[in-house]
Write a protein that binds this ligand. Structure first.
Ligand SMILES: [Zn+2]
Length: 328
């Protein structure tokens, strides 16, 4: 019969385990996000990640997606990414800066328009914002003309002289009838980009702020349309103080080396269980802001696979961190 003394070390060990803190929540995570929807993401980034079984999030500018501009991906290419497990996020309708436009839909209606001169069909008004994303006449979008003369001979168009902040409009319809002119707001950037992406067949629940800039008002408006919103901030996202409407990202610039990114992920995601979101733009080709070489993306992807860290999309990461924060 075994003596009691043989059980004592085992019991002591069990007792010690009971005193240890609960294991930390799942190890950190990493996300790759590509802003602007550049064609090089399809041509260069996608094959690199696909061959390693990784997915990412692409933040598209809805009007660029349908613009036939060869620098940007087409809806067909973005559908192929979505089919391969990538997340498609909105990056706005026209990529305007939030402080350049009226903040809300309620701020869009223009008043005080006056004829440019006697018997001219052109109406003019001082427009106080630095940019005009689009102009709607009774809900119908007018055509932006490059010169005053082009606008003057084209009903249903407008010309905005940003230098003197003068907006000239050649209405399409009869201005003596009920007539409303609306200048696109930042809220429209968020709402309509989602609507246009939905009309193209994409399911969109995340928004990526152009220029990584936000105002408290734009952040407040974003909750009406999106569950997850990413910005800049150069910090990790951690359970506890996490809000899905303010997902912080680190910029990966043309000069950023793989070793820098790996060190960052080791320090923040691996050791501290945080979620590191990387903000990239184009890959390899000289398109867009601060493109990253494909060879570096491949090296980073190899390291990520070896690290065993989960590589998640924006919405997956936000849902997981929100659940972890709620569980605390
Ligand atoms: Zn952008």
């Amino acid at each position: 019969m075994p003596s009691l003394s043989r059980f004592i070390p085992a019991l002591a060990l069990l007792f010690l385990f009971a005193l240890l803190p609960a294991p930390a929540p799942a190890a950190g995570m990493v996300s790759l996000t590509f802003d602007d929807g550049l064609a090089s993401v399809w041509r260069e980034a996608y094959p690199v990640l696909k061959s390693r079984g990784l997915t990412a999030t692409v933040a598209v500018i809805s009007r660029k997606l349908t613009s036939d501009d060869p620098d940007y991906m087409t809806p067909t290419e973005v559908h192929a990414l979505a089919g391969a497990g990538w997340e498609v996020a909105s990056h706005g309708l026209t990529h305007r800066h939030p402080t350049d436009l009226p903040p809300r839909l309620a701020d869009e209606v223009l008043t005080g328009l006056a004829p440019a001169e006697a018997r001219s069909p052109v109406l003019q008004v001082h427009y106080p914002w630095p940019a005009l994303s689009l102009l709607l006449e009774n809900g119908r979008e007018l055509k932006a003309e490059a010169t005053y003369q082009d606008m003057e001979r084209t009903p249903g168009s407008y010309f905005f002289d940003a230098t003197i902040q003068e907006l000239s409009v050649h209405p399409a319809g009869d201005v003596s009838r009920p007539f409303e002119l609306r200048a696109g707001s930042y809220e429209r950037e968020m709402r309509q980009s989602k609507e246009e992406l939905s009309a193209l067949g994409f399911t969109v629940s995340a928004y990526v702020r152009p220029y990584n800039h936000w105002t408290p008002e734009s952040m407040d408006v974003s909750r009406t349309y999106y569950q997850t919103v990413a910005t800049g901030g150069e910090r990790p996202n951690r359970a506890g103080d996490f809000t899905p409407l303010d997902v912080a990202r680190y910029n990966v610039l043309s000069g950023t080396q793989v070793a820098d990114v790996v060190a960052l992920i080791r320090r923040k995601a691996k050791k501290n269980n945080a979620w590191v979101v990387l903000c990239l733009h184009g890959v390899e080709e000289r398109l867009g802001w601060e493109p990253w070489p494909a060879a570096r993306l491949a090296e980073l992807a190899d390291w990520l696979v070896k690290s065993g860290l989960p590589v998640v999309t924006l919405s997956q990461g936000a849902a997981r961190l929100a659940a972890e924060s709620g569980a605390r």
